[in-house]
Write a protein that binds this ligand. Structure first.
Ligand code: MLT
Length: 405
């Protein structure tokens, strides 16, 4: 008899953003005339940059001719894109990596979810609280989480609370952790880890033979030049860290799909190179991102592509400023939004974030993401995204000020 993977029973309800989408659909069905403004899921709204579109058109034309047609590409991705990434993201910051340390994929969500497969089932996992739900849920599915406790935490997971008291920078774990997920700029808090904080984590990982799984999908939003864009800016990080970056938010690729994961060859555990293991995994389960998409991603690093995508980022960061200052003017405290496209809104009183989510939808027709959906320490907060359209963002903040100021 076929048995299911019973670890799925330990997951908490639906995937966070699927649940929010379901609630919006139900509200829309009950209030067909409501002008809902969605600042919930971090999904981009600006169209693709012209340089990206031109490169993708050209790639389609190439595929239309027998002489320049491409079938399966390299599982690891095309060298033209890996080379553009090395130059555009790393060499320019003094980080030296090889082409075969870059693995191009169709999204960081898949990569941060899949990377746990190359580690032993008994690995002890540490995650921030609050946290992007994929890190935790993928380990629950793999059976590493244990049982869910009454406080919302899983028994086998090491939690790293990120609160206003510690400036949303996690402290080192009191219990030994093998796999540590860190995210900076952070989703959901919108705060960042400094060189000192990252240095502390790299030292911990080196002392404890741990591996840091470093999600820096939002690094292009960093405005403060002192904040590291890559964990490899920290000496010694190549022996302890895998890094994930994405074109989703950097260049509006949430629907196009392209990202990359860096697995340095210096990173070894149990006498094996993690680069070999991830390569084996990708060759077996993945056939590479589309040629057209990779041509579009490479164009992000062209002079025109850079200028255009930086313009998009500036647009979203202006939205972040509008949200942050609008909430502050209304008397609220909020975090993030300075080096990241997320604003972490401290809710008034002791109102539970799921209750406030409903209230905001009912009374302002504005959608956010309840903080508790990211973990128990997210209770009392609501996340707003800066990826909306400008006028809609202004309108949402105006409605909030009118209702709650
Ligand atoms: C978010 O809203 O947290 C992100 O859009 C989710 C994602 O990138 O997968």
């Amino acid at each position: 008899m076929a048995q299911i993977n019973f670890n799925y029973d330990a997951l908490s309800g639906n995937y966070l953003f699927a649940e929010i989408a379901r609630k919006i659909s139900a509200y829309r069905a009950a209030h067909p005339d409501a002008k809902i403004i969605r600042l919930g899921i971090g999904d981009v709204t600006l169209p693709l940059a012209p340089a990206v579109v031109a490169a993708m058109h050209e790639a389609v034309d190439e595929l239309s001719r027998a002489a320049s047609f491409h079938g399966y590409g390299p599982e690891r991705g095309y060298d033209f894109l890996a080379e553009a990434i090395l130059q555009g993201e790393y060499r320019s910051r003094g980080v030296d990596l090889d082409l075969d340390e870059i693995f191009i994929s169709d999204g960081s969500k898949c990569d941060v979810g899949n990377i746990q497969e190359i580690f032993a089932p008994e690995s002890v996992v540490a995650v921030a609280d609050p946290v992007y739900p994929v890190y935790l849920d993928s380990n629950v599915m793999a059976g590493r989480a244990g049982t869910k406790q009454s406080d919302g935490h899983y028994s086998s997971i090491v939690y790293l609370p990120c609160t206003a008291e510690n400036n949303f920078a996690p402290s080192l774990p009191s219990r030994k952790a093998d796999l540590i997920y860190l995210c900076s700029p952070n989703n959901p808090t919108g705060e960042v880890l400094s060189v000192e904080e990252l240095t502390k984590w790299v030292a911990y990982a080196r002392e404890n033979d741990a591996v840091i799984l470093y999600d820096s999908a939002y690094s292009s939003y960093i405005q403060d030049e002192k904040v590291p864009h890559s964990i490899y800016e920290i000496p010694g990080a190549k022996e302890v860290a895998v890094e994930f970056k994405s074109f989703s938010k950097t260049a509006g690729f949430t629907g196009v799909r392209c990202a990359f994961t860096v697995v340095p060859k210096a990173l070894e555990r149990s006498g094996r190179k993690l680069n070999d293991l991830w390569n084996r995994r990708q060759c077996t389960k993945f056939n590479g991102a589309s040629y057209i998409v990779q041509r579009g991603a490479a164009a992000v690093y062209s002079p025109a592509g850079r200028e255009e995508t930086q313009g998009q980022i500036a647009y979203y960061m202006e939205n972040a400023r509008i949200i942050r200052t609008g909430l502050e003017e209304a008397g609220f405290t909020c975090y993030g939004g300075r080096n990241a496209p997320y604003i972490w809104w401290r809710l008034p009183g002791k109102i539970p974030s799921r209750v406030f989510f409903e209230k905001l939808l009912e009374e302002c027709q504005v959608v956010g993401t309840p903080g508790v959906g990211f973990g128990p320490c997210g209770e009392g907060y609501l996340r707003l995204t800066a990826f909306g359209e400008r006028e809609q963002t202004r309108e949402a903040i105006g409605r909030i000020q009118k209702k709650f100021a």
